[in-house]
Design a protein around this ligand. Structure first.
Ligand SMILES: Cc1ncc(COP(=O)(O)O)c(C=O)c1O
Length: 341
């Protein structure tokens, strides 16, 4: 009944089991443990590249610290106006970068466009001591509107970024949902398309609380260990974060979980769009649905106890999760049909 977000649910049994297993015996602290070593190997296999991996506890920490590795304090970070780093992180990126400036750009359905990015970068007075200097581009995958950038779209944006000397970060809080939906390899949507560092999300898709900062260019990660420690994200019992992440990427669990969430979102979309007056505000590329509904349907669903956010005017946001119950989805659809008369 609760479609408020994908973090309202619990953790996947496979991940809980891995944590319980990691509880046996002793292990070296601060990431010098076997789970963390194996995790680096597993993510290197997954991304088909020798990556550097740093587990942290939250997506905000992953984003803010990753960006801090890409920009000096006098740098600027280009992102979508609705990006989580801009709208929902309470200034953490600004704080951890030592004051870098976020420059926001518009774009339909939460996506940046090469044209807007290129125009904005073209206007910057580079080398002029009075203005912040462009340093990084941050893309969200899925976007905050639930859409996914294709590999071609990512590459077109990173081409512009490279041309202007920017590094590229990807906020992958819902990276699994994007990969499951696009059906591409994780490498194709990241480093092969020009991404330097990824916030690899897991919490929203079945972990207890673990995300990984993944560097595709290991040189960029050289001082990251110090950054993470200063930010108080170097867990002494790191094995419990790494065990979650290891289980998450073992035997394709992450994509199975995300695939289920995506299918449930599509089921909701198909059912709701059959109602008179309903239409999508954004395409459904993953596990988030932004749909305009008649007010009596919205109010009636709320009164019936279904949880979701009123977003913008008649648009509501519904988010499905790795364990969303098909029966709950169908119950919402049946209630919506009744309310729509
Ligand atoms: C796009 C996006 N990025 C990052 C995050 C990470 O947030 P948190 O710090 O709550 O784990 C979220 C969570 O809502 C998100 O939606």
């Amino acid at each position: 009944m609760n479609f408020m977000s994908d973090n309202v649910t619990g953790a996947a049994p496979e991940i809980l089991e891995a944590v319980v297993k990691a509880n046996e015996g002793t292990a070296s602290s601060y990431g010098n443990d076997d789970w963390t070593k194996r995790l680096t190997q597993r993510l290197s296999d997954l991304f088909d590249r020798d990556v550097a991996v740093f587990p942290v506890a939250t997506g905000t920490a992953a984003n803010a610290l990753a960006l801090a590795a890409l920009t000096p304090p006098w740098g600027s970070i280009y992102c979508h106006a609705e990006a989580h780093i801009q709208a929902d992180e309470c200034g953490a990126p600004e704080m951890f970068t030592g004051g870098a400036k976020l420059v926001t750009l518009p774009g339909d359905h939460g996506k940046l466009t090469p044209g807007a990015l290129s125009a904005a970068l073209g206007r910057v007075h580079k080398g002029f001591v009075h203005v912040v200097q462009p340093a990084a581009l941050s893309l969200s995958q899925l976007t905050e509107c639930g859409t996914a950038y294709s590999p071609v779209e990512v590459a077109a944006l990173t081409d512009v970024a490279r041309h202007h000397g920017l590094r590229v970060h990807m906020d992958g809080a819902r990276f699994a949902n994007a990969v499951a939906s696009l059906g591409c390899s994780p490498a194709d949507i990241t480093w092969r398309a020009g991404v330097d560092v990824l916030s690899f999300g897991a919490t929203k898709n079945g972990a207890l609380g673990a995300e990984a900062v993944v560097f595709f260019d290991r040189e960029l990660s050289e001082n990251f260990g110090y950054r993470r420690k200063r930010a108080a994200h170097l867990f002494s019992k790191m094995r419990f974060l790494s065990a979650q992440l290891e289980a998450y990427v073992t035997d394709g669990l992450w994509l199975r979980l995300a695939g289920h969430a995506n299918r449930m979102a599509m089921r909701l979309a198909d059912g709701l769009l059959a109602l008179p007056g309903a239409h999508l505000a954004h395409p459904v590329d993953g596990n988030e649905l932004f749909v305009a509904l008649p007010e009596p349907v919205i109010a009636g669903l709320e009164a019936a106890g279904f949880g979701f956010y009123r977003w913008d005017g008649a648009v509501v946001r519904l988010v499905t999760a790795w364990n969303s119950d098909e029966a709950a989805v169908d119950a919402l659809l049946a209630a919506a049909r009744r309310l729509a008369g």
